[in-house]
Every structure is written in structure tokens, then in C-alpha cells.
Design a protein around this ligand. Structure first.
Ligand code: TYD
Length: 134
């Protein structure tokens, strides 16, 4: 699984657009948990961690923010600013989010229930585990 933007179906309608995220259909995992990030003060950074098992799909429901991802060798920045696409973040990818606009609303769909032990919060430990293929 590679980090990538996934475009969601967009049903355009004079009454307003509708987009869909269905487990196994539009994203390649079953959704176990959903959380929101919002009211982020200017200049703040979220994340700065990787997960051993968890896969995420991140969507901007309102406003914009940047997601930085890093596989231990290469890094990339994705700007999310529309609700009809999102970023798939596989397990063992370092990620952080910043550059939140005022009123940015971030939706995260997760493949796992919350488990603090799944987090890698030290980049050096992450890079070593990644390198050794743990
Ligand atoms: P964290 O995942 O570190 O936030 P971010 O990646 O945006 O910086 O979570 C922040 C705190 O919230 C941390 O103490 C764990 C807690 N938390 C839960 O209890 N349940 C959850 O589903 C999530 C995502 C976080």
C-alpha cells in the first residue's frame, strides 16, 4: 500500500454536491474509528508520529491544511482543501499536519480502534524499525 490521494465519487446536484466514503469500496480498509481535528490555532503542528498497524484516510471537510509524510527515506507534502478527495496514509509512514487555515476541519478515518501502543513517536525509532522491516 502506498500513500496516495484517493478521489471520492462526487455526485453533483443543483441542490449541492454529495461525496461518499465506503469501507472496501473507496478506501482499502474497514473503518473502525473516526476522529476530527479542528480549532487548530495558527502555527500549530499535529502528529509527528507513525503507526505500526493503523492505516488512515484524511479528508479536509472545511478549510485547508498540509499533510507531511515520510517513509524513512523520501518525504512528500500533500495539501488537502476539498471534501471530494483524501490522503491514504498506510502503516509505518511518518506523518504530521500543519498550515491549518482558520476554521479548518480535518476528518480522519482509521482502520483500528485507539491503541497508544501502536504509535511510534520517536522518528529515530521509526526509521530504524522501518529499515529493519519490523
Ligand atoms: P494524537 O494521535 O497524538 O494527535 P495528533 O496526531 O493529531 O497530534 O492524539 C492526541 C491525544 O488524543 C493523545 O493523548 C491520544 C488521544 N487520542 C485518543 O484518546 N483517541 C483517539 O482516537 C485519538 C486519535 C487520540
Amino acid at each position: 500500500m502506498n500513500p496516495r490521494i484517493i478521489n471520492l465519487p462526487k455526485i453533483e446536484d443543483p441542490r449541492g454536491n454529495l461525496s461518499i466514503i465506503e469501507s472496501g469500496q473507496h478506501i482499502p480498509f474497514e473503518i473502525k474509528r473516526t476522529y476530527l481535528i479542528y480549532d487548530v490555532p495558527g502555527g500549530q503542528v499535529r502528529g509527528g508520529h507513525a503507526y505500526r498497524k493503523q492505516v488512515e484516510f484524511i479528508v479536509s471537510l472545511s478549510g485547508s491544511f498540509d499533510v507531511h509524510i515520510d517513509d524513512g527515506v523520501n518525504s512528500e507534502i500533500f495539501s488537502l482543501n476539498r471534501s471530494y478527495y483524501g490522503l491514504l496514509v498506510p502503516k509505518m509512514i511518518w506523518r504530521s499536519m500543519d498550515n491549518f487555515s482558520t476554521n479548518a476541519l480535518c476528518l480522519v478515518l482509521s482502520s483500528t480502534e485507539f491503541d497508544d501502543d501502536d504509535y511510534l513517536r520517536d522518528y529515530k525509532v521509526f526509521a530504524e524499525e522501518k529499515k529493519s522491516g519490523l
